[in-house]
Design a binder for this molecule. Structure first.
Ligand code: CMC
Length: 392
């Protein structure tokens, strides 16, 4: 079988060639299709960035209008999906609900299962995913709250419609705060793609077996859920709250993070690829300040975060290991200010990452990539004979 190179965690293994996202971890550069993340975050919007990631170029006005119109038109979901939602207990984590509802689209659109799916079918799957994911995400929250769901309002833009489905109450007039909608849009842009991370590799590898795009994206959502990946944004806030409740002694927690006998890690710190700084974290830190100022929110957890960052950046342990705040260190603070509850944070990440997953799935397919199938080095027992139950 030839010589097998072991690389646990694929720290140094390229799984594909890709033309979507460029990342230089040493210099802290992130570009989607050649455009710097700083530029896109300041000047573009999430739907335009989604189009760019999926189709490779910034859309013309006409292409943008059509993309937006189609996505807006498909925001409604089959009523039977609501029955599935009703079956989940209210303690269900919204990430599990989201991945289940996304996977259920295979049942409602079975043509997506055909390996010889047409280009039109693929285009429609992309539209449906982009359109229905905010509906599912908001409904997962409503299920948790035990509240009736809100149906999409197609007069609203992508982020405002999501906020409406999350927060509008039947008895009150709900006006989306443009500051909140804009902040959300920017956060989604920053999360939209990040080359071959755990969830994206999952989407590509599931897709490489020619499974449905809905099943592939659902698998990506599950991969994102873990606390070392997208789930970190929830863990960061839980950690900051715990430090605050514990008297705000950041130094003690820093020591815990450095102690190799203590499983505690400083959540929101460190990154597999960024070894200088995470450019998304820079933008988010500033956005957190701006948003909290504009909304007039004073969050003591932000002070703890800043103190912790400052202490870690000046600590030899973190300096030696090139550990810097990552995208998730400050994102939760903004989500909190926008009124989004902690266990919805990773769902917000998934909403943002969706166009990246779609683009990567599409690229994998267009490149005719072979099925993903890593090898192993076997370390188990040598050949031995079966013993019957009585002889064991
Ligand atoms: N706190 C304390 N020590 C850490 C941390 C941390 N957050 N992160 C890494 N280290 C140490 C680690 O113990 C190891 O030390 P040593 O060399 O002495 O054994 C060294 O730094 C290298 O860490 P690693 O675990 O080998 O690095 P990795 O590339 O496998 O892991 C990581 C990257 C992001 C999983 C890790 O840094 C981590 O667990 N961070 C906290 C969780 C987190 O914030 N995740 C979000 C990542 S960004 C969003 C996303 O893309 O999902």
């Amino acid at each position: 079988s030839g010589l097998i190179t072991l690389d646990p965690g694929f720290k140094n293994t390229g799984s594909t060639k890709s033309a979507i996202t460029f990342l230089d971890g040493e210099k802290g550069i992130l570009r989607y299709r050649g455009y710097n993340i700083e530029d896109l975050a300041a000047k573009s919007n999430f739907l335009e960035v989604s189009y760019l990631l999926i189709y490779g170029e910034l859309p013309t006005q006409e292409q943008y209008d059509q993309f937006k119109q189609e996505i807006t038109y498909h925001t409604l979901v089959h009523e039977d999906i609501k029955k599935m939602l009703d079956g989940f207990p209210s303690v269900a984590h919204p990430m599990g609900v989201l991945s289940s509802l996304i996977c259920s689209l295979t049942a409602f659109y079975p043509t997506s299962l055909d390996p010889n799916r047409t280009e039109e079918e693929i285009k429609m799957s992309i539209v449906r995913l982009m359109a229905k994911m905010p509906t599912f995400a908001a409904w997962a929250y409503k299920n948790k709250m035990g509240h009736p769901v809100n149906y999409p309002d197609n007069k609203l833009d992508y982020c405002s419609n999501f906020l409406h489905m999350m927060f509008a109450l039947p008895s009150e007039q709900y006006e989306v705060d443009p500051v909140i909608a804009k902040a959300l849009d920017q956060l989604l842009i920053l999360h939209a793609d990040h080359e071959q991370n755990c969830s994206t590799s999952t989407v590509r590898i599931v897709g490489s077996s020619q499974a449905s795009i809905y099943a592939s994206i659902s698998a990506g959502i599950n991969a994102l859920w873990g606390p070392l990946h997208g789930g970190a944004n929830q863990s960061v806030i839980e950690m900051l709250e715990a430090i605050k409740a514990d008297g705000g002694d950041t130094k003690r927690y820093l020591d815990k993070a450095k102690d190799k006998n203590d499983p505690f890690r400083l959540m929101g710190f460190g990154h597999r690829v960024y070894k200088n700084f995470d450019p998304r974290a820079k933008i988010i830190k500033k956005a957190a300040d701006d948003v909290l100022n504009k909304l007039g929110v004073n969050d003591p957890v932000l002070d703890i975060a800043k103190e912790l960052e400052e202490a870690a950046l000046n600590d030899q342990y973190f300096v030696d290991r090139k550990l810097y705040p990552n995208v998730d260190f400050y994102s939760g603070i903004i989500y909190r200010a926008l009124g989004i509850p902690t266990d919805m944070f990773t769902v917000m990440f998934a909403l943002g990452r969706l166009p990246g997953w779609i683009a990567q799935w599409k690229e994998m397919r267009e490149n005719n990539e072979p099925i993903g199938r890593p090898r192993q080095v076997y370390t188990g027992a040598n050949e031995r004979s079966y013993t019957s139950m009585n002889d064991r």
